[in-house]
Design a protein around this ligand. Structure first.
Ligand SMILES: Nc1ncnc2c1ncn2[C@@H]1O[C@H](COP(=O)(O)OP(=O)(O)OP(=O)(O)O)[C@@H](O)[C@H]1O
Length: 613
């Protein structure tokens, strides 16, 4: 291998007759005057005489070809491999043309590729293009990952990609971007496994109900850490919720805003007038309902009932209270009261006020990963509250320490979410946005970090995007998203061009920690989501199971006549948990007969179904 063509301080072309170049591999240029600079292959090309004019002009210009001829290559008959090598650091003067080029030993490039140890960092995958370094790899970096490629699992064959979690103190927050099916969720799962391994307190918002770590991938049983006590899943309304009495008036306004529809000025006014500190859900909603009733009946209506005679003293007392409320609040529009009532009831019906967030706090204090599950809208409402509450706890502890007080310990933690653009959308307001922006900007001071995944970087709030110091960029096809990612990362034009063609699971990691982009393949996850079955296979197996059950019940009752199916349908329904009527049973019998699983004989009087002989 040697340098050819016109060189610059940043880039050179390298040629080889025998060796094919791998994209992203690292090579050493033996130019002693420049202290043997190292570079990464950013484009490759094989040149064959059968396609004499097929050279890609973006890669090789006539200068290169001329120089190849000058140093003895026969352009007409040799097959030549060419690569564009980008130097890691700019050279003080251009590289000498003709310099020999060689593969590095691992110790020469370790500093560029590995920033931590497998025990301390997140072991996320394998760096692409590092196969040639496998032989000289340090012992502690061998056999760290398995890779699934082309449907098969293989052991590690290059350098593992380790992410130094401690560097987040300096370079906080992670973004994970990629189109549908690009491997984003898979990458998130691997990251969460590593956080569990390291015992880092983490809250994950899981709108897809897919983050479950109880099922180990069979091939990796021998390698998978035991995650049993490392994570817990909680459902909003069932295990966790909001302690209403801890809400401030502002919190409550925020929650109502998240419950759906827009909250008008006048509704905000209603909440400000009616909410009292330490109100329980009951006290607040009773007050709200009473005021609404008072306004609905009006002063005259209430007085008419009060003085209409024939009412018991309790009722009279109540009417007087309502009259007082009327006098106090008759300036509030009834429609706004109703708006607040509707939103409050929606939250209550979802079970939001029946629990509190203690299970989450407890799990974080134990260094666990907490998966919070709920429907998309409820998750947003709850996330706003829980993130605010947890962040406050951590901040209070750190601030107390800073002031020399003891404070109650609350751990640093990570907040992880897929579909992050729903939580913090660009250009439009959302309930969680204010607190997430604050964490994006200030969280580092307190040890609170974000891991945000989204298919649509263009739709994510730009202040937050700019604060994501490490970005994992998976396959992205949409032009606007590619443009956003190009702007927000140090991806080169060549890398940008590759984005639409990346395989699922391959990703560029653009990180301030590395100071450059690293291309890697996410490792095989130890665990898998319980519902990874193909929906069509699921459909087929459910059908088969149902057919078996129904046939079992029917076989004992054959022969059956279509004129007398009532008894059979009752049995089938009871024993198979179905709700068929007689026509439906007849349709199913006809289908089973058509499939040859039972026999069917028609006569002028009735159709007879029987066992197949
Ligand atoms: N690193 C990997 N190694 C092996 N297979 C992978 C890898 N990453 C992803 N895959 C496979 O690719 C498919 C798509 O991955 P994944 O579900 O993570 O996509 P996604 O980007 O999250 O898409 P969506 O946003 O639509 O959920 C999955 O079937 C997964 O098994």
């Amino acid at each position: 291998m040697q340098v050819v063509g016109v060189t610059t301080q940043q880039e050179v072309y390298v040629v080889s007759r025998e060796r094919k170049f791998r994209i992203n591999e690292i090579l050493v240029i033996e130019d002693p005057a420049l202290n043997h600079p190292r570079g990464e292959v950013v484009e490759t090309l094989s040149y064959n005489r059968l396609i004499p004019m097929g050279l890609d002009r973006s890669l090789v210009d006539t200068q290169v070809i001329r120089s190849l001829e000058q140093i003895g290559y026969d352009i007409g008959s040799d097959e030549l491999n060419l690569a564009k090598l980008r130097l890691f650091s700019e050279a003080p003067h251009p590289v000498r043309t003709g310099c020999p080029v060689r593969e590095p030993r691992f110790d020469e490039v370790r500093g560029l590729l590995v920033k931590t140890t497998p025990a301390e960092g997140m072991v996320l995958g394998e760096i692409r293009g590092t196969e040639a370094l496998a032989d000289t790899l340090d012992e502690d970096l061998r056999d760290q990952v398995h890779i699934v490629e082309d449907g098969a699992m293989r052991p590690q064959s290059g350098v593992p990609f380790l992410f130094d979690i401690r560097a987040m103190q300096q370079y906080p927050h992670i973004g994970i971007f990629g189109g549908s099916g690009s491997g984003k969720s898979f990458g998130l799962r691997v990251m969460l496994e590593e956080l569990m391994k390291l015992g880092i307190p983490t809250v994950v918002f899981d709108p897809h109900f897919e983050m479950d770590f109880s099922e180990t991938v069979p091939e990796l049983e021998a390698y998978a850490p035991d995650f049993t006590n490392r994570w817990v899943a909680v459902q909003i309304g069932q295990h966790v919720g909001i302690d209403f009495s801890s809400l401030s008036t502002r919190d409550l306004q925020g929650l109502l805003g998240a419950a759906g529809g827009s909250v008008t000025e006048s509704m905000v006014n209603v909440v400000q007038m009616l909410h009292r500190k330490k109100d329980s859900f009951r006290t607040f909603s009773d007050r709200l309902n009473n005021v609404a009733q008072a306004l609905e009946e009006g002063k005259q209506g209430l007085e008419r009932r009060l003085h209409g005679g024939d009412i018991d003293p309790v009722e009279a007392e109540k009417l007087k209270d309502l009259l007082t409320l009327y006098q106090q609040y008759n300036s509030l529009p009834l429609s706004s009261l109703k708006g607040v009532q509707w939103r409050l009831n929606r939250l209550e019906k979802a079970g939001l006020f029946q629990q509190d967030i203690r299970p989450i706090e407890r799990a974080l204090e134990q260094g666990r990963l907490v998966v919070v599950q709920g429907s998309a809208w409820l998750l947003q409402v709850f996330a706003t509250y829980v993130i605010g509450a947890l962040y406050r706890k951590r901040r209070e502890y750190k601030d107390a320490r800073m002031n020399g007080e003891d404070g109650r310990f609350f751990p640093p933690f990570l907040i992880v979410t897929d579909e992050a653009h729903n939580f913090a959308p660009k250009g439009v307001d959302s309930p969680a946005k204010a607190i997430l922006k604050e964490i994006a900007q200030e969280g580092r001071k307190y040890g609170v970090f974000l891991v945000f995944a989204t298919q649509r970087p263009t739709l994510l709030d730009e202040t937050i995007t700019a604060q994501l110091n490490t970005k994992f960029v998976f396959r992205t096809v949409r032009g606007t998203d590619i443009a956003t990612l190009r702007e927000e990362t140090d991806l080169t034009p060549e890398e940008g061009k590759r984005l639409p063609y990346l395989r699922s699971g391959d990703t560029f990691v653009s990180s301030a920690v590395f100071g450059r982009t690293v291309f890697m393949r996410v490792r095989a996850a130890y665990t898998r989501s319980p519902h990874v079955t193909n929906p069509f296979e699921e459909l087929q197996s459910i059908r088969q199971e149902q057919d078996e059950n129904v046939l079992n019940v029917l076989l004992a009752r054959l022969p059956l006549f279509d004129t007398d199916l009532l008894d059979a349908v009752t049995h089938v329904n009871r024993e198979c948990g179905l709700r068929w009527d007689v026509p439906r049973l007849k349709q199913e019998l006809d289908r089973l007969a058509a499939e040859g699983r039972i026999a069917k004989k028609e006569s002028p009087l009735a159709t007879r179904y029987d066992a197949v002989r």
